[in-house]
Design a protein around this ligand. Structure first.
Ligand code: ADP
Ligand code: MG
Ligand code: ZN
Length: 658
């Protein structure tokens, strides 16, 4: 729109011959109206402003001639007067309007036109009856008109109507008033944000139906069974009241990240059909001391008003951390918030129908006061899913996916031991993405396997190139792991060996698919695991006669396992069936002081060293016996980069001697 207007202006200025009818002002107003009605939905102030503009234009329109007029420049105008086209001239303020016929003729023509045409859009040049130009201080003009015997007159100067003048007077005042009102609202709003701490965060609005049901949570059957009871508390409180039972106030969902704690809390609210107040522990923690406490007070007030309902505090460890007695590291704000939470939990009767759910993945750092009876006395463990759980989680997340007939979710579940629900959801999605990238019609088993590898071992790094010497070393190292696994009784079968570098650390990897989940490992199995970890380095030494840094992760895991066997599982000779504990330091990742003597520590170190070298020598001798197998499989690995489980099995059974 703007563009064409500009163009029009330019044509008018440069080429006087162009006789393009100027659009009626009425049209512009229509345009303005359209955009006004669009914007009003967006912003009321703009709406008001546009309403005023509308009136302003209405006023303008009232004074504007309805004659179809064409703008021409002064010299053309004068020429038209000279050649007799213009027979009548009106002096209209700062412009001349030249009529091509008398006023009466013009009026009748216009009437005729409006009958046949839809004015003003379609006026062809033949119907032009008036020309307009701007006045120039030309003393010869009036004499010319006299000479040509042309009728000329001045029109009454337009006086703005009462409405227009009122609008033009009031408009600035109104705009200013609106602006002032808006600013003051903002300023006081901001001040309130600082002054009234209890102001709710937007989260404090009760959420309607969460849309999540227990059916959307797979596995976690024990957790669900406990929470079904909570739903019943909310639905039929009188049943429990009649029996004289107290309904628990708080239920703490405990479990590793991504296992579906948040999901379960939503499912409880969804099943019970009650409002759901969700806040994250971090929402309570603010700069100012007292804000969090005020928020807690507010939260419980709201909950009481909306009962029965569920309060869900996600990541409660953000506020529920153990209060420290020492000044250092003490956090007044957090402690006040926690105290307020404790007070509020004591202060209400569970018969009111408010149940508090909280989630954390670090229950050990929570303040004991939070966990005592009457507060979060129920703890529901939301653990990583088992094989069946993983399969049903995969089922849920692949429900709406196009799966190839080759897909075996059971197998995928087997391959993803130790992963949480969120990881599995991610794997399913990743498989779909891979399938799209590969141009498959449906998601295949291979896509899933790639997705698992991607999530377990990190992205394939194609850009990372090993030199030939390193590649050979990695091949023997990985073959060492695999062969040791093959030679170790009771070890899970090798499912894949690869020397394609992945992620940040791994230059190659050997995957073993456990056939089932293991919760208990026997002493021999633990030692078998240690053997497999040591297999890589042992193979390197067998073949190259020296060892490399490539095994650092293997040996640290192996030593940790042996140390744990001695200190935690009571599997050493001297401290058989006895743990050697460490006190918890309260800081994650830092173990506390050991609660045993220096001499015992000495024993632990010596034993670790002894067992480790014993196992290492054992593995090395096994590999030396099977040097041929080691060489052949490593050569095959160097050729094809990846050996699948079945192929490895075939190669191993061909070369291995026991
Ligand atoms: P948490 O709160 O325990 O860290 P979430 O509840 O936020 O984990 O889970 C993250 C996502 O992982 C969920 O939105 C869901 O898609 C998926 N998920 C996790 N556990 C399960 C499960 N047991 N069943 C189905 N989906 C799950
Ligand atoms: Mg969560
Ligand atoms: Zn290794």
């Amino acid at each position: 729109m703007k563009e064409t207007e500009n163009n029009e202006g330019m044509i008018n200025a440069s080429s006087p011959e162009t006789k393009k009818p100027k659009q009626e002002p009425g049209l512009h107003i229509n345009d303005g109206m359209k955009s006004a009605s669009k914007k009003k939905r967006n912003f009321s102030i703009w709406y008001l402003l546009l309403v005023f503009l509308f009136f302003f234009f209405i006023g303008q329109m009232l004074f504007t001639s309805h004659m179809p007029t064409v703008s021409i420049d002064y010299s053309t105008f004068k020429d038209l007067v000279k050649n007799g086209t213009i027979v009548q001239v009106a002096f209209d303020q700062d412009q001349y309007i030249g009529y091509a016929m008398t006023k009466d003729e013009a009026r009748s023509t216009l009437n005729e036109l409006s009958r046949t045409h839809q004015l003003p859009q379609t006026i062809d040049t033949s119907s032009i009856i008036a020309y307009q130009t701007y006045m120039i201080d030309d003393p010869s003009f009036v004499p010319l008109l006299d000479d040509m015997n042309i009728e000329y007159y001045a029109t009454e100067p337009v006086r703005p109507s009462a409405l227009a003048s009122i609008v033009s007077l009031l408009l600035p005042v109104i705009i200013f008033a609106l602006f002032y009102w808006w600013m003051s609202k903002r300023i006081t709003g901001g001040a309130q944000g600082v002054m009234s701490f209890s102001q709710n965060k937007s989260q404090l609005v009760a959420e309607g139906d969460t849309g999540v049901r227990f059916n959307d949570v797979a596995g976690e059957n024990e957790a669900k069974a406990e929470l079904v009871e909570v739903v019943d508390f909310l639905k039929n409180p009188q049943k429990y009241a009649e029996m004289g039972a107290h309904i628990p106030k708080g239920v703490l969902l405990v479990g590793p990240p991504g296992t579906g704690k948040t999901l379960l809390a939503k499912a409880v609210a969804g099943e019970a059909g009650v409002p759901f107040f969700r806040m994250s522990g971090a929402d309570f923690v603010e700069m100012f001391v007292g804000v969090g406490a005020a928020r807690v007070r507010d939260l419980f007030k709201q909950a009481r008003e909306n009962r029965p309902c569920i309060i869900f505090i996600d990541e409660i460890d953000a506020i529920g951390r153990q209060r420290s007695s020492a000044g250092i590291g003490g956090n007044d704000e957090r402690e006040q918030t926690l105290n307020q939470l404790l007070v509020e939990m004591d202060g209400f009767d569970s018969r009111t129908g408010v149940i508090i759910l909280a989630a954390t993945n670090r229950p050990e750092i929570l303040d004991p006061a939070l966990l005592r009876p009457g507060r979060f006395d129920r703890q529901v463990l939301v653990d990583k899913p088992d094989l069946d759980g993983r399969e049903s989680i995969l089922k849920i997340h692949t429900k709406n996916m196009k799966l190839d007939s080759s897909v075996d979710l059971r197998k995928i579940a087997q391959a993803s031991a130790g992963l949480a629900g969120a990881d599995l959801a991610n794997i399913a999605n990743e498989a779909a993405l891979i399938a799209v990238r590969a141009g498959h019609k449906a998601i295949t088993q291979v896509d899933f396997e790639n997705a698992i590898e991607k999530s377990i071992a990190g992205l394939e790094r194609k850009s990372r190139v090993l030199n030939e010497k390193e590649r050979i070393r990695v091949a023997y190292h990985e073959t060492g792991h695999a062969l040791t696994a093959y030679l170790t009784e009771g070890a899970s079968p090798v499912s894949k060996i690869s020397i394609i570098p992945r992620g940040m650390g791994a230059l190659g990897y050997t995957l073993q698919y456990p056939t089932e989940d293991r919760f208990i490992l026997s002493e021999n199995e633990l030692l078998g695991n240690v053997d497999i970890m040591l297999g890589g380095r042992a193979a390197e030494e067998t073949i190259f006669g020296d060892i490399s840094t490539g095994a650092s992760n293997d040996i640290s895991r192996a030593s940790d396992t042996i140390r744990q066997m001695i200190t935690e599982y009571g599997m050493s000779e001297k401290f058989r069936n006895m743990t050697l504990p460490r006190s918890s330091s309260g800081i994650e990742g830092v173990s506390g002081a050991k609660e045993y003597s220096e001499a015992t520590q000495q024993y632990v170190d010596n034993e670790t060293e002894r067992i480790m070298s014993e196992r290492y020598e054992l593995v090395k001798s096994k590999l030396e016996t099977n040097r041929e197998a080691l060489v052949n499989i490593a050569e095959e690995l160097l050729k094809s980069e990846v050996i699948e489980g079945a192929d490895f099995e075939a190669l191993a059974s061909k070369y291995v001697v026991r």
